[in-house]
Design a protein around this ligand. Structure first.
Ligand SMILES: [Cu+2]
Length: 170
């Protein structure tokens, strides 16, 4: 009798573990909002940055891996870091942007941002740009960024640009 009860209890524990695993499999739940982009001129070397807020209401971390848009020739995820010389520089963030469970991550001037390079059309204030966000775990999220001039200073320079400047000195 004892043995049978033990088995029954074991079966319940297993069922509970399965239920927990199924809940965990639902994974991160990502929403994106408050998206905006700096106005930019048309041209292959024209650059701009897009920003938005990511919210993860799920129980697991997720990572923003890539952003795609038809508006720009190339799109990169960037971060701004302080160099040993004290200068702020932006650099590509190949590992993506982590979004911890039950938290918000803001892409904003001076921090994480989406770097957009090369515009077929001028991005005028008020223009709407569709961004498709892809994540490590959850499905793609589409967000509309509105072109606006907001506070936050100019974009820091890319290290590559300073490298080119050094090379040009020869
Ligand atoms: Cu950048």
């Amino acid at each position: 009798m004892h043995r049978v009860l033990g088995r029954w209890a074991g079966g319940t524990v297993l069922a509970l573990l399965l239920a927990v695993r199924i809940a965990a499999a639902q994974g991160p739940v990502i929403q994106a909002g408050d998206a905006w982009i700096r106005p930019a001129p048309a041209g292959k070397t024209s650059t701009s940055a897009a920003y938005f807020t990511l919210r993860n209401t799920g129980p697991l971390e997720d990572t923003l891996l890539t952003v795609a848009t038809e508006a720009a020739g190339a799109v990169e995820l960037h971060e701004v870091v302080r160099m040993p010389d004290g200068m702020m520089r932006m650099q590509p963030r190949a590992q993506g942007i982590p979004i911890p469970p039950r938290s918000e991550v803001q892409l904003k001037p001076g921090g994480y941002h989406v770097m957009l390079i090369g515009f077929k059309k001028r991005i005028r204030p008020g223009a709407r740009i569709t961004l498709t966000l892809r994540f490590a775990k959850s499905g793609p999220v589409t967000v509309t960024a509105i072109a606006a001039q907001r506070a936050g200073g100019n974009l820091p320079s890319l290290p590559e640009q300073s490298g080119k400047a050094r090379g040009a000195k020869k």
